[in-house]
Design a protein around this ligand. Structure first.
Ligand SMILES: [Zn+2]
Length: 382
């Protein structure tokens, strides 16, 4: 049985232009477990696309050898719209030029429409409920009519992911060590993925992410339905998470091949592909709450210069970076430090020499305890 390749046309937004989305499918449709992987929804984030670029030939080989037991859907680059967002020789990504939407927001929360459809039909059988909920979710998506290209893209992606057992959304940060955003409901069930990829920080949303991210929408509807119908068995039937594959410039064959191998081993461990994945690597960290994530904001305008590298442990009160004013006549007085508010893992920062402005996110630190100033801010800042 060969793999299948879909090329889904996206509606044209300007005369004379056309784009399409490429989707690969392995295994038999409907086989379980079903795993969905997509890269670069923010478009200019290529480390994950590089991992899938290396994974696809491995999956081709497994398919030919009859080793794929479940179903695997791969979207090697999930955002052809953003691929065209080049301005003055810079590829921008992240935000849509048309409506200024963050490309990883505004996915469909299916909890309400599905609750309306099947609330009265739920049974005492968890397996039957899962099938019914998945079917109702797909129906709800089928009923939506996109009115523009980005809405069509979101629907194409969700229709292919929503009935999965595992959804993996591959992103990257500005300059970062490997980190993993998960739901608390999936911990520790998803710990094998975190350990296999070598996550240096794992952060969980609880109970749900407040931003409608792709991975959030694929996972949180299960938790919301379970909370809404507590007397019916509704398991967390989709482990949906976001992996940040280091920083934007971490794109090379060595990393891509190693990341693809880790994903392949995860698929083996979950019995989607047959074969021995070997021993699970020792976890580099445990999961910490999103509200414990310290976000360092620039207090003023200037240029960033860092004291700490990504992937290092830091202490509360340590200076992570400074903002200096390059126009100042008194350089010794023209520096403003930005300090850590927690002990933890500095997993994300900007490159040195980046222009900063008030409120810009300069770094993120995964800390073990909820921080008062982060309360209610369970998601990611733009
Ligand atoms: Zn991203």
């Amino acid at each position: 049985m060969p793999r299948t390749v879909e090329r889904l046309p996206l509606m044209s937004m300007t005369p004379g232009t056309a784009r399409s989305l490429t989707v690969l499918r392995y295994g038999r449709a409907g086989a379980r477990p079903k795993v969905y992987l997509q890269a670069a929804i923010h478009s200019n984030e290529f480390p994950g696309a590089m991992a899938l670029h290396h994974l696809i030939p491995m999956l081709d080989k497994a398919q030919k050898a009859g080793r794929i037991k479940g179903e695997i859907v791969v979207v090697p680059h999930a955002n052809p719209i953003g691929l065209s967002h080049v301005l003055m020789a810079n590829h921008l990504g992240r935000y849509d030029f048309f409506g200024r939407d963050n490309f990883n927001r505004n996915y469909h929360d299916l909890a309400d429409p599905v609750a309306e459809k099947i609330g009265k039909k739920l049974t005492g059988d968890a397996g039957r409920n899962v099938s019914m909920i998945r079917k109702a979710g797909l129906e709800a998506l089928d009923e939506m009519i996109p009115s523009n290209e980005i809405q069509e893209l979101r629907l194409y992606l969700m229709k292919r992911s929503i009935d999965s057992d595992v959804v993996i959304d591959l992103h990257c940060d500005s300059q970062a060590s490997m980190h993993h955003f998960i739901s608390q409901r999936d911990w520790p069930a998803i710990a094998d993925l975190s350990a296999q990829i070598g996550a240096t920080a794992i952060m969980y949303n609880a109970p749900y992410p407040y931003t409608m991210t792709f991975s959030g929408c694929n996972g949180s509807w299960w938790s919301k339905l379970a909370d809404r119908f507590p007397d019916k068995p509704i398991p967390q039937a989709c482990q949906s998470s976001t992996i940040e594959y280091r920083g934007q410039s971490d794109v090379n064959d060595a990393l891509g091949a190693a990341d693809a191998t880790a994903l392949y081993k995860f698929l083996q461990r979950r019995k989607v592909i047959s074969g021995d994945p070997g021993r699970l690597p020792r976890a580099l960290c445990t999961a910490t709450p999103m509200e414990g994530m310290d976000v360092g904001y620039a207090p003023c305008e200037g240029v960033l210069v860092y004291r700490k590298r990504e992937g290092t442990k830091v202490r509360k009160g340590e200076t992570i970076c400074e903002v200096f004013d390059p126009t100042s006549a008194n350089p010794l007085k023209a520096r403003t430090p930005i300090k850590s508010s927690t002990d933890g893992m500095l997993f994300s920062r900007r490159p040195d020499g980046r222009l900063a402005w008030p409120g810009m996110v300069c770094f993120r630190i995964a800390g073990p305890k909820a921080l008062p100033h982060r309360k209610g801010r369970s998601g990611l800042d733009d």
